[in-house]
Design a protein around this ligand. Sequence first.
Ligand code: ZN
Length: 123
Amino acid sequence: MPSGDSQHAKGQPGITQAALFGLCPRCGAKGLWAGLGAFAKRCRSCGLEFERHEPRGRGMYLVILPITVLLVLAALKLDDLVQLPVWALIGLWGALVPTVVTIALRCAKATVLLARLEKEGLL
Ligand SMILES: [Zn+2]
């Protein structure tokens, strides 16, 4: 299975660039994401359909559940090490959890998108 690096070698964005910067895997234009974790309908530059390849169902639970467990364990460990005030915990975890979950979800969806596009020969 090709990695994101092999895509990058061809001059196309890899998984990381698609996930973090929202670059189209085929043309590199911005606009892959319509929401925090939802694909846009299609690329405004090359017309590549993203929404059709969006993973549906329970597949993303395999990404979200381990991340959630790791975040809970990190919160418990942090509480053991440092007794932060409640307002600091709310601020820290209120910002960290959505950020980590969104990045993980975007990376997983970008991986699935690239694999499906490559399988269909659209890249
Ligand atoms: Zn495009």
